[in-house]
Design a protein around this ligand. Structure first.
Ligand code: NAG
Ligand code: NAG
Ligand code: NAG
Ligand code: NAG
Ligand code: NAG
Ligand code: NAG
Ligand code: NAG
Length: 529
């Protein structure tokens, strides 16, 4: 569905030559577009035509973003801008307009504490025909250092970058395409999931459909929780520390206790709520010579604490437990004998404004001050989202139940919080808010199970709405067909490889049970109960 560009709306535009192919017309339109943008606070750095198949070089992307190039599969007009958000802050914004446009606007999000335009999400959503924007969230790179003594930069990070990108992006989309756009969407995971929920809570009219994965909301609770593993497990070599190989032993014991609770021995725990592992069987027998598959009592005690919720000094729940099943994924990043970088950055650059502060010093006493500050309401924990509901918005929330960085139990807590606050049972929430725990999915992707649900390029398994959360959202918003399940692909050898099997993930609070007959690889041998 190729449409002619919006010549008429662009005052100074020249007249299209009938001799131009539509690609040439598009190209010309793109090259002239930069000069026709006149939006307050927006400075256009370039507008360039990027032909499909280009391996786009991104020399300006901060090195820590670790993304110096991006393959772009379809023809797009790429517009790069600086947009000032206050006297002392600005965002870098990109808008990608595909030639094969499907009439929809979309914004992408960010991750961690970055600072990085997610070019892979721009490429992915442009390929699906969306006019798409992505911003750098107010600073460049993955560190929290730019927040130090710059509240404006922090404000961009918490909510303003995304919203500004949406306001500017919608205006540009209206002028780039004659027909404008019919609906607006959001796709993000992790910090991007939090940004999606922030938008729902604060700007309920920005999107018709939000796909929010593994949200980093209850964010100060999350920073505290991420910080608290180091005091439990200690540095490498301490009595409480477990090596990745020892975490593998813990994982195998957890599977022994919990894998078959859903009826199938497939290495996947479908409902982690049913799994309450007891790790004492792992304590080495007295005098044991071979200690490769057992642990010291001190290690078992430490490991058991990892699966306990985190409470503040006054007894308030700050963050739920790490869900069992994620041990092997979490070992190299959460349990690696070092303080967690994002948490350290938060106390250093935001809470204490002290770049000499060290993460090793963190104790639970540090949580209360951070919670009391809650700058710009970064918590993103409001339970009343009725303005979004009233505006006709829809949200598809997903969370991998093997997530090693953000416990999916926190998403369940939020779901209950919305239900309680709004006084709505799941059957009513289903009208606009559907939550899908994704078994066997790590943080936003990866993991041992059927995690390919089309949330990005590396989890793409088709455009059928059954297999693709973004297209499921489009169908929900535009055709009123709500997703009953989210079907995931299990890749045989990593992202994009052959699909070994598919599994339909259930809408919370239902969960999957294997009923047979046949193999667990048969999607029809499972029931949501
Ligand atoms: C894109 O370019 C980079 C840098 O030259 C290269 O490393 C990468 O392999 C290229 N990717 C593809 C798919 O061609
Ligand atoms: C910042 O901008 C505001 C208007 O938004 C203006 O009133 C103020 O004087 C400016 N401050 C500085 C330091 O330029
Ligand atoms: C981020 O990087 C871009 C590209 O190098 C630069 O133009 C922009 O000024 C940087 N933004 C900030 C806030 O440093
Ligand atoms: C120790 O136990 C592990 C696993 O139980 C086994 O693979 C290994 O061969 C044993 N090592 C020795 C020296 O017996
Ligand atoms: C650090 O600075 C922020 C504003 O930039 C302020 O809100 C906060 O109270 C400061 N923290 C301390 C411990 O001084
Ligand atoms: C306990 O601490 C939390 C987080 O620091 C705070 O939000 C809450 O209000 C406190 N509750 C009481 C009863 O003091
Ligand atoms: C089920 O499928 C898996 C993966 O293809 C295979 O390894 C296993 O042997 C099958 N089990 C049965 C009982 O057929």
């Amino acid at each position: 569905m190729t449409r002619l560009p919006a010549w008429g709306m662009l005052g100074a535009a020249s007249v299209a030559s009938a001799a131009l192919t539509s690609q040439d017309a598009f190209r010309t339109h793109c090259s002239q577009f930069a000069h026709q943008i006149d939006i307050p606070n927006v400075k256009v750095n370039m507008a360039e035509f990027v032909p499909g198949g280009t391996n786009l070089s991104l020399p300006d992307n901060a090195a820590s973003c670790n993304a110096p190039y991006q393959v772009v599969s379809v023809d797009v007009c790429r517009v790069a801008m600086a947009v000032s958000t206050s006297n002392s802050s600005e965002i870098t914004l990109e808008a990608w307009f595909p030639r094969d446009y499907q009439g929809r606007f979309l914004s992408t999000g960010n991750g961690g504490l970055s600072g990085c335009i997610q070019y892979y999400d721009l490429a992915y959503t442009a390929q699906l025909g969306f006019a798409t924007v992505g911003a750098n969230n107010g600073h460049n790179g993955t560190s929290g250092e730019p927040f130090l003594s710059h509240p404006e930069v922090l404000e961009d990070f918490v909510y303003r970058s995304l919203h500004t990108g949406v306001v500017v992006g919608k205006e540009l989309t209206q002028s780039f395409y004659e027909e404008g756009f019919k609906k607006s969407y959001y796709l993000g995971c992790s910090t991007g999931g939090r940004q999606g929920w922030k938008s729902i809570q604060k700007y309920p009219n920005d999107f018709d459909g939000v796909v929010a994965g593994a949200p980093a909301f209850n964010m100060i609770g999350l920073f505290s929780w991420s910080a608290h593993f180091y005091p439990i497990l200690g540095p490498k070599g301490s009595d409480t520390y477990l090596s990745p190989a020892e975490w593998k032993v813990v994982h195998e014991e957890i599977l022994r206790q919990c894998d078959t609770l859903d009826g199938a021995k497939d290495g996947i725990i479908e409902d982690t709520d049913l799994c309450q592992p007891i790790l004492s069987p792992l304590i080495c027998a007295p005098g044991a010579k071979n200690r490769t598959s057992c642990l010291s009592a001190t290690q078992v005690h430490a490991a058991q604490q990892v699966f306990a919720p985190l409470y503040g000094l006054n007894g308030t729940l700050l963050y739920p437990r790490m869900q069992p099943g994620s041990e092997e994924l979490a070992a190299p990043i959460m349990y690696n004998g070092q303080p967690f970088q994002y948490s350290t950055d938060w106390w250093k650059y935001v809470v204490y404004n002290d770049s000499s502060w060290q993460g090793e010093k963190w104790t639970i006493r540090d949580a209360a001050l951070a919670m009391a500050q809650n700058p710009y309401n970064i918590q993103t924990w409001d339970g009343d989202v009725s303005p979004f509901k009233k505006a006709g918005g829809r949200v598809l929330h997903y969370h991998g139940t093997q997530d090693q960085l953000i416990s999916s139990d926190n998403s369940k807590w939020y779901y209950a919080r919305v239900a309680d606050t709004m006084g709505l049972p799941p059957s009513s929430l289903d009208e606009f808010y559907r939550f899908f725990p994704i078994s066997g999915m790590g943080h936003c992707g990866g993991g041992d199970g059927a995690y390919g649900i089309g949330q990005g390029l590396s989890t793409y398994a088709g455009t059928d709405p059954e297999d693709n959360v973004l297209m499921a959202m489009v169908r929900w918003v535009e055709d009123g067909v709500a997703p009953e399940t989210v079907r995931g692909a299990k890749f045989a050898n990593g992202p994009g490889s052959e699909i070994e099997y598919r599994r339909k993930h259930c809408r919370y609070p239902r969960h999957n049970v294997f009923v047979g007959p046949g193999n667990y690889t048969d999607e029809n041998a499972w029931r949501c109960v």
